[in-house]
Design a protein around this ligand. Sequence first.
Ligand SMILES: [Zn+2]
Length: 143
Amino acid sequence: MNKKIDIDQLLNRIKSLEDRIDKLDPISKRKLPSKKKQIDDIKINLDEWSKKFPTLDVEFELLKMLDWLKANQKRKKDYKAFFRNWLRKSSNTIEKDVKHVYKYIYGCQDSDDCKHQESEYKDMIIFCKKCDSQKKIIKSVRA
Ligand SMILES: [Zn+2]
């Protein structure tokens, strides 16, 4: 008798059993505690989060995240992971704001024919000869 085939068959059987269990009761749900427990865990460890994201007010960010989840009626499996991503995004936004990555589009308010002009600065004085007036910021976009 061929032992290798037996082991392969056995492994296949185990794998298909595991797949069936996972369908009935997904691993992600089995392993993670309730939302409340997860959020409490984050609250208890706010100091640790604050060390990882020193530019952020992590307590405030947590409240913002919970508000956002409530407002959007979202449930997450892994709130820690979601919070981590949330903080990453927030700290990226702060860095980008500092680096002036917004572009401002200047245009003429009374005329659609005039060319728009872009600038990274929001206090430019751009004069339009045709309209005999100063162009104003009509929108800002991410650069
Ligand atoms: Zn103009």
